[in-house]
Design a protein around this ligand. Structure first.
Ligand SMILES: C=C(O[C@@H]1C=C(C(=O)O)C=C[C@H]1O)C(=O)O
Ligand SMILES: [Mg+2]
Length: 459
């Protein structure tokens, strides 16, 4: 192993002189999902990410290090500090692939209802033992190792062997045919209480208590066999090419989804976000689809839902950025099952603002919380009789240079044994109706349902 490089200013982690060693090789094209599956010995310690343009894919296998936070108020800073600290110990020969920290935050750290989310604390992030990054048609595979100089030479030999076995096994798996799950039961949870929550929320808005709040509900699927995480990711990315796909495992739980919604992206001194709110289904033919889109662009109720998001996000950008660009009106964003009102915003971040600060200030935007934020979150706590866990919350990554991207984790499910917990909601404003909102959630369940082999025929 190389001496710690002076110019990197690496400092040992502790008295045993431990460093964070990184060795990267470029590998011939690898299927990211095959690589994820090849890492089955790391089941419970893997992650998967593919961005919306399909230009960046990241897979992590094994937990080299995990960061959690149980603080509710400074969980964003807490994770950032732990990451910064680890980065001081990096020893890397060439800086060809930056190490990535991947994870997410819960939607509401104050919600403590017992739930299926016990594996995921208020914040949960991981640095992988093996990290695959596919970008601009090139694939880089890094070994990450924490240890001291003396042991590292020997350990690295065995890690290189393990890496080569993973590559080989992924190449073999690349041609595998995945089959969908056999769903034996689909159960809507607290349907009546959801409908009541929508009406109560609408009434609270009409009384002037707040302007908007997002109310969500849950659907539980039971499969014949244990849910297979790689095949779920495979079908999500095949069926939802216009969305981000993500997967985050911890122990016997995996949180997966295909979301169209970016929370924030930082790249080369520019910061991007997406205002996404207001929805209508896709048409069954091109003409109907076009008419539905036009209807959405002109619909007052949906424009109102959307506008609260644009206002709040622009305010945050005005505070943390210069050169803020906000388009005049929304466009349509179409995914396979649904069309949304969409306004992209960008700016130049002030020197001091990190991606975690953007996440902290933006989450939850009125697309998943409401307006004003605090009123809405309080109302959600009372009206929604569930714990959202990481649904509707920030999930994403940051690298050693401070670049990164977080999505809003909707169109998602928590997979656990033979069960899948799916979540969907919608923005309630003064003239929402429970029936229409219910119908909107059905459309929003579809991407996840299809990928898992389920449908709503029996409901
Ligand atoms: C709440 C969800 O989606 C959000 C709500 C939307 C709406 O109400 O129109 C649209 C996009 C998302 O910001 C969901 O998918 O569960
Ligand atoms: Mg809506």
């Amino acid at each position: 192993m190389k001496e710690p490089l002076q110019e990197l200013h690496a400092v040992p982690i502790n008295h045993a002189s431990e460093y964070f060693y990184i060795e990267t090789i470029e590998v011939p094209h690898l299927s990211a999902i095959a690589f994820f599956e090849a890492g089955k010995e790391f089941k419970g310690e893997r992650y998967y990410w593919q961005n919306r343009d399909n230009t960046k894919t990241i897979v992590g296998l094994g937990h080299l290090k995990t960061f959690t936070s149980n603080h509710s108020s400074d969980r964003f800073d807490d994770i950032q500090m732990q990451w910064n600290l680890l980065l001081q110990h990096v020893v890397q020969e060439k800086e060809d692939a930056s190490p990535v920290l991947f994870g997410g935050f819960s939607f509401d750290p104050i919600n403590s209802l017992p739930s299926e989310w016990s594996a995921f604390p208020t914040a949960f992030f991981a640095v992988a033992k093996f990290q695959l990054v596919i970008e601009k048609e090139r694939s880089y595979l890094s070994i990450h190792y924490l240890g001291n100089e003396k042991d590292s030479a020997e350990v690295f030999e065995s890690l290189r062997k393990q890496r080569d076995e993973l590559i080989h096994s992924a190449q073999v798996k690349e041609w595998k045919v995945y089959v969908k799950h056999d769903v034996v039961k689909a159960e809507e949870i607290l349907r009546d209480s959801y409908l009541e929550a929508v009406t109560n929320t609408r009434n609270a808005i009409r009384r002037g208590q707040l302007n908007k709040a997002v109310i969500a509900r849950k659907l539980v699927l039971t499969m014949k066999e244990e849910v297979h995480v790689p095949s779920s990711l495979y079908f999500l990315s095949k069926e939802q090419p216009e969305s981000y796909e993500f997967g985050l495992e911890n122990g016997d739980s995996a949180f997966v989804g295909a979301t169209p919604e970016r929370l924030v992206k930082v790249e080369d001194e520019t910061v991007f976000t997406t205002c996404l709110a207001g929805s209508i289904k896709r048409g069954t033919n091109a003409l109907e689809d076009k008419h539905l889109g036009e209807e959405l662009l002109a619909d007052q109720k949906n424009l109102e839902e959307h506008q609260y998001v644009v206002k709040m996000i622009s305010d945050v950008f005005d505070e943390l950025c210069t050169d803020v660009k906000v388009p005049f009106g929304p466009k349509l964003m179409k995914t396979r099952d649904i069309q949304h009102l969409y306004t992209p915003i960008e700016g130049k971040p002030d020197n001091t603002s990190s991606i975690f600060q953007f996440v902290e200030k933006l989450h939850p935007t009125p697309a998943l919380g409401g307006a004003p934020t605090e009123e809405a979150v309080k109302l959600i706590r009372v009206e929604e009789k569930m714990n959202r866990g990481y649904y509707a919350a920030p999930v994403g990554w940051v690298d050693a240079r401070g670049n990164g991207e977080f999505v809003v984790a909707i169109r998602s499910a928590l997979l656990q044994g033979k069960n899948a917990y799916l979540y969907a909601g919608g923005g309630i404003v003064a003239n929402s109706t429970a029936e229409k909102e219910y119908a909107e959630t059905i459309v929003k369940f579809r991407p996840m349902l299809r990928a898992l082999g389920g449908n709503l025929d029996g409901i």
